[in-house]
Design a protein around this ligand. Sequence first.
Ligand SMILES: C[S@@+](CC[C@H](N)C(=O)[O-])C[C@H]1O[C@@H](n2cnc3c(N)ncnc32)[C@H](O)[C@@H]1O
Length: 196
Amino acid sequence: MTCQPSLLRFVFLLPRLSVKGDFNLKDLPGSGERVDILCRALSACFGWGPSTWNKDNLELAAVIDDKVTLTFSNPTCGVHDGETAWAKEIRRALQGNPPSFIQRREIGLETLIEEMISSCNSQTWALDENGTVFDDIRALIPAQENYIIIGDHKGYDKKAKRIFAKHSIYRISLGEISYLGSHCVAAMISMFERMK
Ligand SMILES: C[S@@+](CC[C@H](N)C(=O)[O-])C[C@H]1O[C@@H](n2cnc3c(N)ncnc32)[C@H](O)[C@@H]1O
C-alpha cells in the first residue's frame, strides 16, 4: 500500500566545500568553494520553489566534505531573500553557532544514508542525469518520507558512487540536460505538488 507523501527531504552532497566556514561573503563561488550552490538550493527549497507544498514538510540537508551535515528545516529570520543571507547562516553553523533552524551534526554520507534507509516508510533516490528517466513521480512509488540526493557542480565523487552502490540507491534522471541543483529541487517539489 502506498501512502500519501508528506515529507520531502533534499540531501546535497558538497564534498569540495570546507567545513571551516571561513569564506568571504562577497566571493561565495571562489572563497566559499561553491557555497553559492547550497545558498541557491536553500532559496529554491524554502523560497521560490514551492507553490502549494507546505514548507513545514520540506527539509534540506547539506553533507559538507563528508564530515559535517547541516540540516535546515522551518527556517525563520527572513533568510529567504538572497544568497548572502543564506551564506551568513551557513557560516554561523559551520563556525559552531548554528541558528535554531539548522541542526549541525558531525556525520558524513554513509551514516546519513543508513539513517535514511532505516527510517520506517521512507524512500531514497539519487538524482543523476544518467539514471533512469521518469516523468511522473508516481512511477517511483513515493513513501511518506522521500529523500532526494543531489550532487554539486561536478556531480558525484567516487566515494558517493561507492556508497550508492553499497546501499542500492536507485538513480533517477530528469532527462539528458544537466540542470542546476536548485532547479532540480524546484522540479521535484513541483512534481510532488502535482501528485497531491
Ligand atoms: C549541475 S549538476 C552536475 C553536473 C556535472 N557536470 C556532472 O557531470 O554531473 C548538479 C546535480 O544536479 C542533479 N541533476 C542535474 N541535472 C539532472 C538531470 N537532468 N537529471 C537528474 N539529476 C540532475 C544531479 O544530482 C547533479 O549531480
